[in-house]
Structure formats: C-alpha cells, structure tokens
Design a protein around this ligand. Structure first.
Ligand SMILES: NC(=O)c1ccc[n+]([C@@H]2O[C@H](COP(=O)([O-])OP(=O)(O)OC[C@H]3O[C@@H](n4cnc5c(N)ncnc54)[C@H](O)[C@@H]3O)[C@@H](O)[C@H]2O)c1
Length: 440
C-alpha cells in the first residue's frame, strides 16, 4: 500500500512537490531561489509587500542572491511571491524562516514563529511537511510547534511531517553558500527526518542527519555559542595585551601558525548581526528554566557588549595624546555594518561606538559603501563621502568595519589619527606610520 510518505518521496524525486518558504529575508530568499533553481514550483510568503513586489519583478534585495538567478526563476514561473497564506492549501513542503529576536528583557521572542505556525495550521492538510529553519532554543519544535499543529487530529510522522534544520548561511561569504554548506536535519519521527533529508538533498550537497529536532536545534546553538565565546576570549586577550603594552594581533597571528590545536579568532568592536549576539541567549534562557546558569554564555556576552566602550576609551586616550578630547572632536567612522561586505546593521557594534562618541560630545560622521542613513537605527549621524580632504579633516578616523572595497593606503596616507578596531591595516604597517597610532 502506498503511504503518504511514499507519495511525498515520489513528488520530491519527480520535482512535482510544491514548496513554500515563509519569511523572505537573509535566510528565506536564498532558500526559495535554490528550491526554484532545483526545479520545484516555489512560493515565497512574506508580510512585507516591498519584498513581494521586488521578488515578483525579479529585483534581488539580498546581496547573496544574484540578480540574474532571481530573474531567471521568476521569469520561468518557478518562483512567485505573495502575502496571501491561502496559497498554502496547494503546498506540500513549508520551510519557516522568520525572525527569532530577543525581547527587551533578553528572553526569546517566538511571536514570529508562533504566528507563522498558526497560519500554517489553518491550511494543514494530509501530506504537509513543515521544516523550521529559524534559530531557537532546544525543544521549540517539539514543545511549541507540535501542540499548535496537532489540534486537528493530525498524526506527526504519518500524515504530517515536521523537522528542524538550522540555516548556517554566512551572509557575504563567497566560498560557502547554501548548496555546499553541509545541512543538519532532525525530524520529530524517523519518517519526518527521512522526508526532510530527501527534500533538502535536492538543493544541498551534504546532509548531516541527527536524531531529533532538539538535537538539530542544539547544533546551531553550539556553533554560535562557540563563536561568541571564542570572540569574547580574543576580545579579552586584546584588553589584557593592552594592559601589558603588547600587540594582541601580532601574538594571535603568531599563535595561528600552529597547524593544529588552535583556531584563529580576531578581536574587534564587539559582535553584531542576527545570530552571534542573540542566539546564545536562547540557550541560556532555556537553561535558566532548568535552574542552570550557562556561565560561559553570560561572560562572553558581557565581554563582547563591553567592546564599544573599550574602543571609545582607546579613542579618548589616543586623542588625549594628541592634546585633544573626544568632546568637540570631528570623528569619522568607517564602516557601520556588523561585518564586511554586507548591508546589515542589526546589532552592529559600530552603532554603539557612534552612540558613545556622540554622548561624549564628538561630532561624528560615517561612511559605508552599503549604508547611507542610520535614521532607522535612531541615529542622526550624517553620512559623508570618503575623500582625502574629509579624511584629513577628521581628528580621528575609526575603522569599525573592514569592507573589502576600502582603499586603506589612502586612509593611512591622509588620516591624522586612526583607531583600527578590525586590524584592517595590520600591526606592522600601522606601527611604521607616524602619527598613526597602533590599535594594540
Ligand atoms: N541572517 C543570518 O545570517 C542568519 C543565519 C542563520 C540563521 N538565521 C536565523 O534565521 C531566521 C531568519 O533570519 P533572517 O536574518 O533571514 O531574518 P530577516 O529579518 O532578514 O527575514 C525574516 C523575514 O520574515 C518575514 N516575516 C516575519 N513574520 C512573518 C510571517 N508571520 N509570515 C511571513 N513572513 C514573515 C519578515 O517580513 C522578514 O522579511 C532567524 O531565526 C535567524 O536567527 C539567520
């Protein structure tokens, strides 16, 4: 007898399965395009009509999604975007890629996931597969999603199938994209895992199945906690070296020559983006419910969030040596995004540096090849062009993000004083230049 699972497997193999992707941001749009490129009829759902209009006219708003790739799948009719959830009646597989922010009290805010799951629940039919990709605390899929879907008498693993697969995309990265980044997947039941594995195998080269949705959720949190903790370690190492009058970067570079047992992380202005500053708090929140204090996460967060004020102190010290104060200085911040070569300013530590400098009376302006206004972030800081005259006019130039398009030689030639939070200039080069001050 052919089961619903067999039918779905057949539809996956013959590409006759209709896929929906809910949430078309940094994670969802590349996923939707990849499913469409693989030959699946794909529907993208979002609440933002600007995104829907952009996709349907073939305009990519995510740097990692090539314009012609998007245009190709839209023109061929394989990808359509809509705000109308009714379309889910006709969809077999639904990937959910909505935001998972923190509340003001740093607790998980699952409201976007819950809204999306409830909307999916209204259109659930036998033979629906649901895969959650949003980063969340271990147990979410089992404890939050399943009870919300099962009120209509559906049976998970028999006629509906639920899995968790964390997105590991690294925006702006050119060598590892969705297709060649191994994909972790865990199902609520073995049938759920098998189906999700079969579907994602169509778009990803290597699959990493794990035993449960909870294990898959935990994998993502380990990865991001690992980064948060190691970045905090080198950030503290930078502050320790500063106290000892040593150049942290020189030491980190030398340590990184060891071919085993050392993984290089670099200090910087703090951590930003939607993942590293937030995701570990999902895990520590879960642990608090079990009366366990996740100490590394807490300490890493404290160190990383203190970095902007450390750098503002460095700026004040450097200005002081030049007989100036932060108050009344003209400070130019280069790069405001949370990492190089992306247009994302969410949680960017550069913004905290700007806020602190402005609170201390500096006249701050910024330049970024990807951002021309910070109004949405509540900042009035003016954007400025980047010219030799503007560089020379600033009392201090702060490198907060090392976008690859920046011409550091020009910056170094014209700026009076540089504080390089990103090691963009390198330790040796910067030391040879006077009056430019080494950041370490
Ligand atoms: N950005 C990253 O680098 C990255 C990497 C890995 C994992 N993640 C995780 O993936 C998830 C999504 O992150 P993102 O960066 O793509 O977020 P994003 O803000 O760029 O995109 C989310 C989209 O979901 C839409 N949305 C919200 N609620 C909706 C609903 N009910 N129905 C339809 N659309 C809805 C929003 O309008 C937005 O377009 C988060 O959990 C994040 O932690 C992000």
């Amino acid at each position: 007898m052919t089961t619903i699972k067999d039918e779905l497997l057949y539809k996956i193999q013959t590409k006759s399965l209709q896929v929906a992707v809910i949430g078309l941001g940094y994670v969802g749009l590349p996923l939707a395009v990849e499913f469409a490129r693989a030959g699946f009829r794909t529907i993208g759902l979002d609440l933002d009509h600007h995104k829907i209009d952009a996709i349907n006219s073939g305009q990519s708003y995510i740097a990692d999604v090539e314009q012609d790739e998007l245009m190709d799948v839209v023109e061929s009719g394989r990808l359509k975007a809509t705000m109308d959830y009714d379309i889910l009646r006709d969809c077999d597989a639904i990937s959910i890629c909505v935001p998972t922010p923190l509340s003001k009290t740093q607790d998980p805010d699952l409201s976007y996931v819950i809204a999306a799951v409830d909307a999916v629940g209204d259109y659930l039919h036998p033979g629906t597969m649901i895969i959650l990709e949003s980063t969340t605390y271990p147990g979410t899929t089992e404890e939050i999603i399943i009870p919300r879907l099962l009120h209509n008498g559906f049976e998970v693993g028999e006629n509906v199938f639920v899995a968790f697969s964390p997105e590991r995309i690294d925006p702006g990265r050119k060598d590892f994209k969705l297709q060649n980044t191994p994909r972790v997947i865990g199902g609520i039941t073995p049938n759920c895992g098998e189906l999700a594995f079969a579907l994602y195998s169509q778009i990803v080269q290597e699959m990493v199945p794990v035993s449960s949705t909870t294990a898959a959720e935990m994998v993502k949190l380990l990865e991001n906690t690992f980064r948060a903790v190691n970045i905090a370690l080198v950030n503290e190492f930078l502050m320790i070296c500063d106290k000892l009058g040593l150049d942290a970067w020189e030491i980190i570079d030398a340590a990184a020559s060891k071919p085993f047992g050392f993984t290089k992380f670099t200090p910087g202005p703090g951590v930003g983006g939607h993942c590293i500053p937030l995701d570990p708090h999902y895990l520590s929140w879960k642990l608090r419910t079990l009366k366990y204090n996740a100490r590394f996460i807490q300490l890493a967060s404290e160190i990383n969030t203190s970095m902007p004020s450390y750098w503002v102190d460095r700026i004040a010290r450097a200005l002081n040596e030049a007989r100036r104060s932060v108050n009344d200085s003209d400070i130019l911040v280069l790069g405001v995004t949370y990492k190089p070569d992306v247009d994302d300013v969410r949680e960017s530590p550069a913004l905290d540096i700007i806020r602190l400098l402005e609170e201390n009376g500096a006249r701050v302006s910024f330049h970024d090849p990807f951002v021309t206004s910070l109004h949405d972030e509540g900042l009035e800081t003016p954007f400025t062009e980047l010219t030799p005259q503007i560089l020379a006019a600033a009392d201090c130039v702060v490198i907060a993000t090392n976008h690859s398009s920046y011409d550091w030689a020009t910056v170094q030639q014209h700026a009076k004083l540089i504080i390089d939070t990103r090691y963009a200039l390198g330790p040796v080069k910067i030391k040879q230049q006077s009056p430019v001050l080494s950041p370490a």
